[in-house]
Design a protein around this ligand. Structure first.
Ligand SMILES: Nc1ncnc2c1ncn2[C@@H]1O[C@H](COP(=O)(O)OP(=O)(O)O)[C@@H](O)[C@H]1O
Ligand SMILES: [Mg+2]
Length: 330
């Protein structure tokens, strides 16, 4: 099996932050690999190092057999990248945007023309190719960016938050294109996302990343299997101490997590255990506001490995963001 991307002990430090903290992974050719984590986890930094846009502080990384510290131009010719921030010229048509991009690669004019038509067809934009991009919907813009990343026929495609800010129907369409590229065109894809469902649905393997570190890495199915059984979430008003004390002694509960007024319990056959849980709550005088039973999701896996939910982490980062801007950075 050939390796498309290899990362060993990668570190990136900024003045006050360790953005990437000893990260290692290897991606075989043809894999659709996901980096899943909250804002600020270090996902974009890893992508930017792999695309040779920034240099690592230490560690090793290679793409398509070329070290990021080696022949950068050769490496860049083998990759395509779709940035987190949209980067299209909206005053040009879709086709013109691709033509402009294709100029950077040494392709003959007929070759350029043929490839542009081909990638436009791949993302179903041929009939909209000569429309100004400012007339495009959000989903069409994203598809055009994916097409742009494909013009040079990359071996490896980087997609940084490919469906950020899109509505759920458009996201599904984008997912279909990503799948098609990977399965039919055999493009190795590494994507970043903070959407659990995206990682779960699309990726062959997922690395869960938090604060610059990979906390778990496996297929979505295996990651969820780690938790074992069902998740029962209890929303509790007031103290949960007495109930937790009782539940700790129940051997059929394999994990107990507490986070903002919620108890998350892992067990086999959760549906059959709910009556027992209610009994325990009553006996300990615990007020249960709601009960929710479901199969583990990647959200639960994230919670299991980090002790917080991705959404909570985002709130923390959002408030930091406002704080920093409130002080007028730059
Ligand atoms: N140029 C930079 N200078 C200083 N800190 C940075 C810079 N770029 C990223 N960071 C910090 O590194 C961390 C990881 O950021 P990033 O890779 O963008 O995360 P993600 O893509 O997962 O949201 C964050 O704490 C971010 O603030
Ligand atoms: Mg990012």
């Amino acid at each position: 099996m050939k390796i498309a991307i290899k990362v060993e002990n990668l570190v990136k430090c900024y003045e006050k932050t360790v953005a990437v903290d000893h990260v290692s992974f290897a991606i075989p050719e043809g894999e659709l690999f996901g980096l899943l984590g909250p804002n600020g986890a270090g996902k974009t930094t890893i992508i930017n190092i792999l695309a040779t846009l920034i240099r690592p502080t230490s560690g090793y990384a290679e793409v398509a057999g070329i070290s990021v510290a080696g022949d950068r131009d050769a490496l860049r010719r083998r990759i395509g990248i779709v940035f987190q921030e949209p980067a299209l010229d909206v005053k040009l048509t879709g086709r013109e945007n691709l033509q402009f991009h294709a100029m950077m690669y040494s392709l003959s004019k007929p070759e350029r023309k043929q490839r542009i038509a081909h990638v436009l067809e791949l993302v179903d934009l041929l009939d909209k190719a000569d429309l100004l991009v400012e007339k495009y919907s959000g989903g069409m813009k994203r598809r055009l960016e994916i097409a742009r990343g494909l013009v040079q026929h990359p071996k490896v495609l980087f997609l940084d938050e490919p469906t950020l800010g899109l509505d759920s129907q458009t996201r599904r369409h984008i997912w279909d294109y990503i799948r098609k590229l990977n399965k039919e065109k055999r493009v190795t894809i590494i994507l970043t996302t903070h959407y659990m469902d995206e990682a779960d649905y699309l990726c062959d393997r997922v690395a869960i990343i938090d604060k610059g570190r990979i906390v778990a890495m496996d297929t979505p199915t295996h990651l969820k299997d780690v938790l074992g059984g069902d998740m029962v979430h209890l929303e509790i008003s007031g103290g949960d101490e007495p109930l937790v004390d009782v539940l700790r002694n129940a051997d059929w509960i394999t994990a107990i997590k507490r986070h903002d007024g919620q108890l998350s319990l892992t067990m086999e056959q959760g549906d059959k255990r709910i009556p027992e849980l209610m009994c325990a709550a009553m006996q300990t005088g615990t007020q249960v506001l709601s009960v929710n039973l479901r199969k583990p999701s990647l959200e639960d896996v994230f919670l299991h490995f980090t002790g917080s939910t991705i959404r909570e982490e985002e709130l923390v980062h959002e408030s930091q963001f406002h704080f920093v801007h409130g002080r007028g950075r730059r």
